[in-house]
Design a protein around this ligand. Sequence first.
Ligand code: NAD
Length: 431
Amino acid sequence: MRARADNEEEYEMETESAYARFAAIVDSASRIAGITDPVLLERMKTPERIHEVSIPITLDDGTQQLFTGYRVEHSSARGPYKGGIRYHPNVSLDEVKALAGWMTIKTAVVDIPMGGGKGGIKVDPRKLSVHELEALTRTYTDMIARDIGPDVDIPAPDVNTDSQTMDWLSDEYEKVTGIGGGAVVTGKSIGHGGSLGRDTATAQGGFEVLEAALKSTGDSFGGKKVAIQGFGNAGANAAVLVTRAGAIVTAVSDSTAAVIDPNGLDIDALISFKERGGSFIDMVSANKASTEQPLFEPVDILIPAALEGQITGANAERVQAPWIVELANGPTTPEADAILERRGITVLPDILANAGGVVVSYFEWLQNKHAEHWLREEVEARLAVTMRYAFDAVSKLAAERHVSLRVAAYAIALQRVAAAIRSERPFAVPR
Ligand code: NAD
């Protein structure tokens, strides 16, 4: 048996921060939500259940290794637990607890009848072969099979997991439980019951929210300049959508460099370049701009679509865009948030702006439950309506209470979760 390679010190350090951040914003938004009952507030912060598993895997060389996995079930007040599974060396229980809590908030902001959960395995997936990753996923599924289920807890992809991972999970769950149909997990490949429109859902959700926000000020996309940090699933699809709506993307970056042209970039050419495996550093080696440069460009709309913690107390004064659309999770630190608010910059917060993915995950689950297959147009039309309703409710509360869209989004979510907890017949997961 190989020893566990976990760095316990790092584990403890991370433990504090993410969950503490989640609890702090819930505390502050609860005042706007009018939640004064301390027990109710504590329930909205604390996970209902935590599962921790030790996953033994036989590696390709015949040795065994043990990995730690989690599934945190934060809230089922509004429906089955819903949230992704990430594979990363820095996964810690506290991070998974925070991420599960954020899923409860996100599903409530967009008002889909689901709760919040999250899972993770502390592993560096780049060090495992495909065969080893499949074994890890299947054994993890075996170990949590009695805790998840189509009406109980529905995982999805997250960092370093994808449709292949979800196909393995769905297949293994069916083998262990005899329950097929694929509704135990979302984000599957189309051939295994995945939904059309899931690939573009996060970008489209952010686009719909931004369009509604511009419209609410009598504005539109026409001629707007846009900068995007991160050119993967969320960022590249957002570039396509805003360009189609009449905006001009002038700056994008990946993890290697930024590509900038004040007259507008050729998005289709950049996407083809990335699809061929290119890195932006190879396009711009003579005149390299840093990966964070899009954050500071003179544009109308800034879309962080890469990593968390990019706009900070140290650089928020340099942001020039009056609109920020958070497609990434947590790209703005609390210190930066205060600076941006003081400067009158409007932030469309992650829990609203990037919730399109979980909305279409819910649509996938509905299709699987009813043995249906929706057209892409149908998925996109339903997503658009869901996102616009969510934005309208959040912006109305923000205007009424003179708070940021972020605080208003949390407050609405907390009100909805509190109402479900207080109701006489809250959703109860069948066990
Ligand atoms: P992805 O892996 O497809 O793309 C990430 C992109 O960011 C890549 O282009 C990568 O090169 C770039 N990048 C990495 N580090 C960077 C850096 N330091 N500077 C600039 N660019 C950098 O990931 P994704 O699915 O597009 O997710 C991006 C963000 O959106 C993440 O924060 C993710 O949590 C969030 N998000 C994604 C979804 C979804 O459905 N894809 C849903 C909700 C939230």
